[in-house]
Design a protein around this ligand. Structure first.
Ligand code: ZN
Length: 129
C-alpha cells in the first residue's frame, strides 16, 4: 500500500519509451529525467520539467515542487553509460518519490532499460504497442 495509489502498474506504452529514447539521445552525455503518468495501470505520458537535462536529481526536485498529482507514479532517468542499475543516490531517491522508477541506459533503445519499485527491486512492465 502506498501514498501514490494502489492501482498496479503493469505496462508502459512504446510511445513513451521512444520519447525517452529520443530525449536521452538529445541530452547525451548528460542525463535526462521526466515524470511518469499512468492511465489505467499503464504508463502513458511523460511529464517534462523545463531545464532538467542537466541532471536527474535537480529534475526530480523540480518535479516534487509540482502540484500533488497522484497520476504521476514515478520518474524515468537515463544513464549515459551502459549500466541501468540504480546508483546509491538513485536508491535514496526511489524511496522518497514515486513508486515506479525507470532507468534507461546507453544506447537508449527499447532493450536498454529496467523498471524498479520504490525499494529498488526490478519489476517487469509490458510494452504496450
Ligand atoms: Zn541513476
Amino acid at each position: 500500500m502506498s501514498l501514490f495509489g494502489k492501482k498496479e502498474i503493469t505496462g508502459i506504452t512504446e510511445r513513451v519509451l521512444k520519447m525517452v529514447s529520443e530525449s536521452a539521445k538529445d541530452a547525451h552525455p548528460n542525463e535526462f529525467a521526466a515524470g511518469l503518468r499512468e492511465i489505467d495501470g499503464v504508463i502513458s505520458e511523460l511529464i517534462l520539467v523545463p531545464g532538467t537535462v542537466s541532471g536527474p536529481v535537480s529534475a526530480i526536485l523540480k518535479l516534487t515542487n509540482l502540484p500533488v498529482d497522484y497520476s504521476i507514479v514515478g520518474v524515468v532517468h537515463t544513464h549515459p553509460g551502459r549500466n541501468p542499475s540504480p546508483s546509491k543516490k538513485d536508491f535514496n531517491m526511489f524511496g522518497r518519490y514515486g513508486r515506479i522508477h525507470i532507468i534507461m541506459a546507453y544506447p537508449y533503445d527499447l532493450d536498454s532499460w529496467q523498471a524498479y519499485d520504490s525499494t529498488g527491486k526490478e519489476i517487469d512492465l509490458e510494452i504496450i504497442r
